[in-house]
Design a protein around this ligand. Structure first.
Ligand SMILES: [Fe+2]
Length: 496
């Protein structure tokens, strides 16, 4: 057994089994109402994974429930080259450690993705470049974050929370020179982290790496699982999938779906969970290398409460026996682990991370996905690269994200938009303005705040005489946003 695997083994052995639970948001839907509804139906989750929120809100949840809580982080972009020396990144990591302490969370889950890269801001996750050098960057950043957890956060048993890295979703395209499971294998050979396997995200890998063109879903799963470091999987997520709003009326949708029988789904936590994901989960749960699974959760933030309760009731009855079964099969798993350890490679040396090269690659990546540069280079010519998907992303998904998602510009700035329309300034031109040049973010990432800032800059350039009105509307928005974020969380009524 190599020392890195031993370190992982030591850490993961200290993570208690959480069982079958829910991954939730404090506010959306309202956590108190959700727990009340679950209690009425007598289906109490064994644990709650709580999405990042204001520390006061997390503290309120912790103080009012006995249900074990784990943490779903946000804004700690571990794919960023040089992050482990970046003041803002280190500040975010310390803030995460503080929130882990509040929740007494056994782990900290972070997407292997980013919403901000090379000075360009996005509303939803961009997956990493799947290359050897970027895997080394991710591993280095994880080691830095885990060291901060070790220093700043102690759980009652004396251990610190374990860093978990989640397989991110694909939104129509992928770029890189490695297969996705190979990338995660490389990361885990350089960092003693655990992983979160999200089954919906895995379906998007099948869909948007074009694996569906040559493999059945079962054959794809077999191939993926054979390469993927399943022994590092600590949690499994299952969440909804649906056709994105921007694609519903798009002409590319019918073309893309024609004759394939595969819908154009992307990750959508508010949507119902399609049965195919449970078929995939059933297959994955039979793999003996899944020896460190501690939690199995439906990810239900933004979903209607009634739908959550219905889905969780079925989920808990279908998978409630997983964890006792896991314990019973542990002996078998240990045998297979010994076999496996013989094949685990030695720890890779402290990387000579090609940081400048990765940084340049991500600058090019951001320019390509935002439509400013043509896809070129080895990252874009792999057989898996879905060039059609990149066009769908650039032409429909991304403009929707900038103009409508996470704050609809016309609703945020109604007076300003009327004045812009009167001057024949189209909101479509806001999208190329947004991506025209890199604009570094110097504070904790907040897409809504960034949207306000960018729109003010846009109005200043496109219609300077409307600037005062835009500023007034921006002030009102910021004040309302501040009040909403500071609103107390009332969990008094909840008696788990
Ligand atoms: Fe997830």
């Amino acid at each position: 057994m190599n020392s890195l695997y031993r370190e992982y083994q030591r850490r993961v052995d200290q993570v208690p089994v959480q069982g079958v639970g829910l991954s939730v948001d404090v506010y959306s839907p309202d956590l108190v109402s959700l727990l009340d509804s679950l209690r009425c139906r007598q289906v109490i989750p064994a644990y709650l994974e709580v999405f990042q929120a204001a520390s006061t809100a997390l503290a309120a949840v912790r103080s009012r429930t006995e249900i074990p809580l784990t943490y779903h982080g946000e804004g700690l972009w571990v794919i960023q080259p040089g992050a482990e020396r970046d003041r803002l990144f280190l500040h975010e990591a310390c803030a995460v450690a503080g929130q882990l302490e509040i929740l007494q969370s056994a782990w900290s889950n972070h997407e292997c993705a980013t919403k901000y890269i090379a000075g360009y801001s996005f509303g939803t996750y961009l997956p990493p470049l799947y290359t050897e050098a970027s895997a080394a960057v991710v591993a280095r950043n994880i080691r830095a974050v885990q060291a901060i957890f070790d220093r700043d956060c102690r759980l009652p048993g004396g251990q610190s929370p374990l860093f978990l890295l989640e397989l991110p979703p694909l939104t129509y395209f992928v770029a890189g020179t490695l297969s996705i499971p190979e990338f995660f294998r490389l990361v885990t050979e350089q960092a003693a982290c655990g992983l979160v396997l999200d089954i919906g995200h895995l379906w998007t890998v099948y869909r948007y790496t074009r694996a569906w063109q040559s493999l059945s879903l079962a054959a794809f799963l077999d191939r993926f699982l054979a390469e993927f470091p399943l022994e590092r999987v600590v949690e499994i997520h299952v969440a909804g999938l649906s056709v994105h709003e921007s694609m519903i009326a798009s002409p590319v949708r019918s073309l893309a779906e024609q004759g394939q029988g595969l819908p154009l789904w992307t990750d959508a936590h508010a949507a119902p969970i399609p049965p195919v994901l449970f078929e995939m989960l059933d297959r994955i749960l039979t793999d003996s290398r899944l020896m460190h699974l501690k939690g199995l959760a439906l990810e239900v933030d933004t979903k209607p409460i009634e739908l959550i309760v219905d889905e969780f009731q079925l989920f808990a009855s279908r998978y409630g026996a997983v964890f006792p079964i896991k314990v019973q099969t542990r002996v078998c798993a240990d045998v297979s682990r010994q076999e496996r350890e013989e094949h685990v490679v030695d720890v890779r040396p402290e990387a000579e991370v090609e940081e400048d090269g990765v940084r340049r690659a991500y600058e090019a990546y951001a320019r390509v996905v935002s439509g400013q540069a043509a896809p070129a280079g080895p990252e874009w010519i792999s057989p898996a690269a879905c060039s059609d998907g990149l066009i769908w992303y650039q032409s429909s998904y991304l403009p929707y994200e900038i103009v409508q998602w996470g704050g609809e510009i016309e609703a945020m700035f109604p007076g300003t938009c009327r004045e812009l329309a009167a001057r024949a300034v189209s909101l479509k031109t806001f999208v190329p303005f947004w991506f025209r040049e890199p604009r570094p973010v110097t504070m904790s990432y907040d897409f809504f705040e960034i949207k306000i800032d960018r729109f003010l800059e846009f109005v200043r350039e496109a219609a300077p005489d409307v600037q005062a009105m835009a500023q007034r509307e921006a002030n009102e928005l910021r004040e309302a946003y501040r009040l909403a974020n500071e609103a107390p969380v009332s969990v008094e009524s909840h008696q788990p």
